[in-house]
Write a protein that binds this ligand. Sequence first.
Ligand SMILES: N[C@@H](CCC(=O)N[C@@H](CS)C(=O)NCC(=O)O)C(=O)O
Length: 214
Amino acid sequence: MNIVLYYAPITCALAPYITLTEAGASFEVRSLNLRKDQQHAPEYLTLNPKHKVPILVVDDQVLTESAAIQTWIARTFPQARLLPSDPWQELKALSLMSWCSSGIHPFLARINSPPKVCDVPNAADSVRRLAQAQLVENFQIADDLLAGREFFFDHFTAPDAHFFWCMRRAKQFDVDFAPFRHCTAHFDRMSKRASVQKLLAFEKSVLEEFSKAA
Ligand SMILES: N[C@@H](CCC(=O)N[C@@H](CS)C(=O)NCC(=O)O)C(=O)O
């Protein structure tokens, strides 16, 4: 089986990268430079007309959407226990990943690029402020879910990787995590995992390559 992850630094493609690493999968990474708009290159658009990363190409099949990609990884490498084995708990894990990608990610994207959601002149600060408020509400929910736990379930699972990305991106946008000590503890715990260390080193090397090529 040939597994290729299309990835870009800083982005939510981090979640499947960590998940593939945790699975012990052998995979190739093709890195896109979003600053150079490579996600709009015609060859990439044939793979993903949504012009987004991540995508996973398995042999000749293309899968988009990080939550689906993480689910495929978990189901393909069951020995890694990347989803809970109990069916209801498994659905809760899918619910958490859907929440990360559709309930939290859009507010991060809004902060990153306010004009994509509002073209009213001088609206950027308001868009960012409102998105920050929504993030705070969501991180409070996550903080409650993580209280007294190391991970969302009784061991590391795919949603932990997805949430780690959400929190990392929010930190880059100066969301104040001081009130969210359980989220912070989860972030610190995740940061120490070998899979995350590997991702961070890989991201650094890709960013260096991009800056050399600039
Ligand atoms: N719902 C998608 C969101 C993917 C997404 O928005 N990716 C961003 C990076 S975090 C992207 O590729 N943006 C480039 C663009 O929109 O042109 C998922 O979870 O995979």
